[in-house]
Design a protein around this ligand. Structure first.
Ligand SMILES: [Zn+2]
Length: 286
């Protein structure tokens, strides 16, 4: 069995501030950046990914591919990665956080380092995709990366079977995708910028065990497939972003700050979502 790990960073044990997850060279004006804090966090992120790889291999995986899925997607420390895994790094990938799922023979997806969706109280660094996307809804059901990425994986017939992160990230993922998703909680959220963490080695041990259990869930797991004609809504933080995203063919306005479209399948959803994000992210000018 071949496993794809989509490795995010905010849900890593010990992470509770943007300082932990912002590469100093990529920080914008006014954004917090600290080389030491970031380096420590990316090492813990890499070790958590290694724990997931070890669990996957112990559970019967024959091949593991890791897709760096955070920020500029150059966070994993190559020299520290498990020798049996291949990894994808770099940004502007057609499938983004799900790059690799399109490869032949992927049996399951693991989410590591995951966070809760925008607006979730007492959830460290909760957000949806970017700081300016307030919500994404499938037929009115609110979601974030756990749903967006599951829909892309679902197009290729691949189920999500593991999520690691804070307890609200785990609960939200399981609520949408079902109990087929093995959850590993590495920290309890206290506020947007505070959490109570397990000791990192303990967290990594939990991830190792959870990943091995997740392998056993693959045979009965169902891919999350978007229905033909599903209504996807994207709600932004500002009406000007909706104005920009509305320029896409097939997109309608769905309120003051929201747009809607109806993709035929997960592949079309991926294209529409990414294009709308690119348009909406263009700096708003007067
Ligand atoms: Zn991230």
């Amino acid at each position: 069995m071949k496993i794809l790990i989509s490795a995010d960073m905010e849900g890593t044990c010990g992470v509770s501030s943007w300082v932990h997850v912002t590469p100093p060279e990529g920080a914008g004006a006014g954004e917090p950046a600290n080389q030491t804090e970031y380096e420590r966090a990316r090492l813990r992120m890499t070790r958590e990914v290694n724990a997931a790889i070890e669990g996957a291999l112990a559970g019967g995986a024959t091949e593991v591919i890791v897709n760096d899925s955070h920020d500029g997607m150059r966070n994993l420390i190559a020299e520290e990665l498990h020798t049996e895994a291949q990894f994808i790094s770099g940004n502007d990938k057609f499938f983004g956080m799900m790059q690799g799922v399109e490869l032949e023979g992927i049996s399951g997806v693991f989410y590591t380092g995951h966070h809760a969706k925008a607006g979730t109280p007492q959830a460290p660094l909760a957000h949806t995709w970017s700081g300016w996307l307030n919500d994404v809804r499938f037929n009115g059901v609110s979601t974030e990366e756990f749903g967006i990425n599951a829909a892309i994986a679902g197009h290729f017939g691949v189920p999500v079977v593991l999520v690691t992160g804070d307890e609200k990230a785990v609960a939200q993922t399981q609520e949408l995708l079902g109990e087929q998703v093995e959850g590993v909680v590495v920290k309890q959220g206290i506020s947007t910028f505070a959490a109570m963490h397990q000791q990192p080695e303990k967290a990594q041990q939990s991830i190792r065990e959870g990943a091995q259990r997740a392998m056993g869930r693959i045979p009965g797991a169902r891919p999350y497939v978007l229905a033909n004609g599903v209504t996807v809504e994207m709600e932004f933080d500002h009406q000007a972003r909706a104005n920009q995203a509305e320029l896409l063919p097939g997109v309608k306005r769905a309120g003051e700050r929201a747009i809607a479209f109806q993709p035929a399948d997960g592949l079309e959803f991926n294209v529409m979502f990414r294009a709308a994000c690119k348009l909406a992210s263009i700096r708003m000018s007067p």
